[in-house]
Design a protein. Sequence first.
Length: 284
Amino acid sequence: MASETLTSSEYIRHHLQNLTYGQNPNTGIWEFASTSEAAKDMGFMAFHVDTLSVSFILGALFLALFYRVGKRMTADTPSGMQNFVESIIDFINENVRGSFNGKNPMVAPLALTVFIWIVLMNTMDLVPVDWLPYLAQQIGAFFGADPHHVFFKVVPTTDPNATFGMALGIFILIIFYSIKEKGAAGFGSELAFHPFGKKMIIFNLFLEGVNLIAKPVSLSLRLFGNMYAGEMIFILIALLPFYLQWTLSLPWAIFHILIVLLQAFIFMTLVIVYMDMAHQKDEH
């Protein structure tokens, strides 16, 4: 669709640009960015409306679905959806029991939320790359906007702001439970006195600090990198002739289902492991 009126490089840039709402530094007016340069000039306080809206809708869908199944749950004649939800919960519980040795009733719901939410966001990668951007362009045109200046990035996990935001939330929980379980002094001594003892306190702080910061960075970059690469391949396929698009996109989509699930599983597993480390009082 967009490829019919844009060059290949313009088409790729168009699909990788977020729908950005922020303050124009020249006029002081809050508006949607019409170009990638305008979005960049809006700075840190700009909002990626597509990432926020899609992730919020998918999160609300997840909560509504699980709440509805929970309210209608029965032991007599469970529905297919109830069996599906119960199998997911059992899968999460098995992973939590296998990797988390502490006592915290929040860890399993956290793991469930992280897994399902990321699966849903990643699954947006399987929607044909032009469909939702084209719909956004038509809505923008209805309100008088130039369709070529309406951007819509479909997959929230291809936006580093989304993955870093989730990782930052997990990082805050890691710090909170590390201090809660070990005490401020215990957590501080863990950073200062390990692994080489009191005489190497500066070296210890550097190593443990890097190790601590690496946790949210590894969570966010791994998810972002894999999903961004997958989306880029779909975009490149969309530039090919129509008969090649279906020939290549179908096998890649089937393979990408594995990536969608695997990246959510890895993120969830690391969250459980990091939470377990935060609860280990004698960790070195």
